[in-house]
Design a protein around this ligand. Sequence first.
Ligand SMILES: Nc1ncnc2c1ncn2[C@@H]1O[C@H](COP(=O)(O)OP(=O)(O)OP(=O)(O)O)[C@@H](O)[C@H]1O
Length: 266
Amino acid sequence: MHAETKSPADDARPALRLHGLSKRYGSAAPVLAGIDLDIAPHSFVSLLGPSGCGKSTLLRLVAGLTAPSGGGIEWPRGAGRDARVSFVFQEPTLMPWATAARNVALPLRLQGLTAREARARATEALAAVGLAGAADAYPRELSGGMKMRVSIARALVTQPELLLMDEPFAALDEITRQKLSDDLLRLWQAQRFTTLFVTHSVFESVFLAQRILVMAPRPGRISADLAVGEPYPRTPAYRTSAPYAEHSRRASDALAATLRDAEVAA
Ligand SMILES: Nc1ncnc2c1ncn2[C@@H]1O[C@H](COP(=O)(O)OP(=O)(O)OP(=O)(O)O)[C@@H](O)[C@H]1O
């Protein structure tokens, strides 16, 4: 076996490139207009914006769940979308009649793995999200946080290059949300998938992301691109640190400016 050779140019290529991306549903006004964006490989990027500004639509376009009306999406690193993208929704969307292990194994079964192989990898993925003991539990036996962990395990079991997360923790209580954020960062550091994480929460984006893209509505566009250059691992102490407060202030100000501009334009 020979090692894969990588030139520096390979590493410089973005994981994802959006150029002039726009979307309109039917004859309504465009939901997204002319979005140009490069997403660096292995980065953690948050999309932050008010309700209705098109965050979910952007994620759905990247996932191929809906088609652009203009512009396009490129995968400069060549892996292509189908094999390497996973999606986590706000609802865990588990099959109620199947155990946690069978839910997590589903994408592998769909890829053609045997039940035995899929089960082994699903068990590993459940252990990675702290659910080693819950493989045979049914969704109704699990708390909201545990169900979300199963959903994350199902997304990661295929070893995606890109993980798309659409407000995955919005329905959870604050403590559970913080635990899941800690665990998500741990998994991201270990597995190095690129993450696009949609949220309404300034604090969640400042805790998680290296880069916050603030979105403005009508039509949806990127109104601010903020770097959060704090190192990882980000411990609970980061949540009460001065840099965290400063990044939160900057992101809140950018969001407030976006909302003010949107009101003026409305
Ligand atoms: N399938 C669809 N058909 C028609 N309009 C749609 C469709 N999906 C979304 N929209 C409209 O597009 C706009 C953006 O919706 P989208 O869900 O992308 O925003 P969002 O920023 O994710 O909002 P939220 O934070 O509330 O989830 C909204 O006005 C919504 O009504």
